[in-house]
Design a protein. Structure first.
Ligand code: FE2
Length: 380
């Protein structure tokens, strides 16, 4: 790892801002709309940095693509500009779309470290599957004791055999690395388990434990599951907060990492990107699973609800994870890239408006046809 100062709590608190799916590409950007989308994203990130003042920013994957060093440097410098002004520590995990790029992830990691002074992600064991698997210990406000651990894992790309699953999953060697490193950390801390948070791009299958099958009358407000679950409509269970805009697109194969967290006993909460619409959070079997919707206006998104997630931890009650989303709209920001409908309605509301107008339009046409037919009959 590079020689950066250790992360630490400040005045008893440690705040992490999670930024999902920026999808900034290296593009000539002569297209006005693309510039406007980037401008909206930057507006959100600058405002979030000013208002939330995080101690660490985590990019949750699918950051950007470029085909050579110079292009990637330009992308990195663009997406980190709102953080540079605050010199905030920055970490990331890679997503599946970060592979759609001529540059290997290892090179991307080097470029992030060169372009951003305070960049913390490293590739702990280069031989492991994926890139950027690592952990960071966080010290208390006095800078003496390690009281929190942060895990960063690469959820990999697409599955080679699409008959098994569309998305890949965390591989066995990564899970073994986690278990062994957690054990080593425990031994180095006098047998004490250090409470931890986990960051990864593609969510774990257990996210479906936060959902329940929709009742027939709930289907208009429900979402279809993903993959094997695509014949079922889901809504959030009552204890889960936030927004479900699409079926969680996890792997069809359960990697077993959730069970490993339970066995190891350190992970209190896990945070994911990947599904651009979802920002729900809830506990399953004692572990918080929290989604981040995209913070960007470049990919498919949800009107003015692009946002960031803030996690706040208190060193005197570390297991009490406080977290919530902050949306573009809630910050009172005005979008340059969205039209009036997207500015004012969620994506699911737009679908309903379109369906209603289609039904009403159909009904109006039917009524007009019936009236015309009646008139014709009278004429005869
Ligand atoms: Fe994405």
């Amino acid at each position: 790892m590079n020689k950066l100062p250790p992360l630490k709590f400040k005045d008893g608190k440690f705040k992490i801002m999670v930024v999902g799916d920026l999808h900034e590409g290296y593009i000539p950007r002569e297209k006005d709309i693309s510039k406007k989308k980037t401008a909206d994203t930057m507006k959100l990130l600058r405002k979030a940095m000013d208002e939330l003042e995080p101690d660490l920013v985590v990019l949750a994957g699918d950051q950007g693509k470029a085909d050579n060093d110079a292009q990637m440097r330009a992308v990195i410098s663009r997406i980190t500009a709102p953080f540079t002004a605050h010199n905030v520590p920055l970490a990331l995990v890679f997503g599946n779309h970060d592979r759609e790029c001529e540059l290997p992830l290892e090179r991307q990691l080097e470029l992030y470290a060169q372009e951003y002074n305070n960049f913390y992600t490293y590739d702990a064991v280069p031989e492991l599957t994926g890139c950027g698997n690592c952990n960071l210990l966080v010290k208390d406000s006095n800078g003496k004791n390690d009281i929190l651990n942060l895990w960063f894992a690469d959820s990999n790309n697409l599955c080679e055999n699409r008959n098994i699953s569309y998305y890949d999953w965390l591989h066995e060697d990564q899970i073994e690395w986690y278990k062994n490193t957690a054990q080593q950390i425990k031994e180095e801390h006098g047998g004490k388990t250090i409470p931890a948070l986990w960051f990864m791009h593609i969510p774990v299958c257990e996210e479906y434990e936060l959902l329940r099958e929709a009742k027939p009358y709930e289907v208009p407000d429900a979402v279809k599951g993903y993959g094997d679950r695509s014949k079922t409509f889901y809504v959030l269970k009552d204890h889960v907060e936030g927004y479900l805009g699409e079926g969680p697109a996890c792997s069809e194969i359960n990697s077993g990492i959730f069970d490993a967290w339970k066995e190891t006993g350190d992970v209190m909460g896990a945070f994911f990107g990947h599904d651009h619409m979802n920002d729900f959070a809830g506990y399953y079997d004692g572990i918080l699973l929290a989604q981040n919707k995209t913070a960007s206006f470049q990919p498919y998104t949800d009107g003015c609800r692009a946002g960031v997630r803030l996690i706040t931890l208190d060193e005197n009650n570390i297991e009490d994870i406080q977290t919530r989303m902050y949306h573009f709209k809630q910050f009172g920001l005005k979008s340059e890239s969205l039209g009036p409908v997207q500015r004012n309605f969620t994506d699911r509301q737009v679908i309903k408006i379109k369906a209603a107008s289609w039904i009403l339009g159909g009904a109006a046409v039917s009524i007009a046809a019936a009236v015309a037919a009646k008139k014709n009959r009278k004429k005869k």
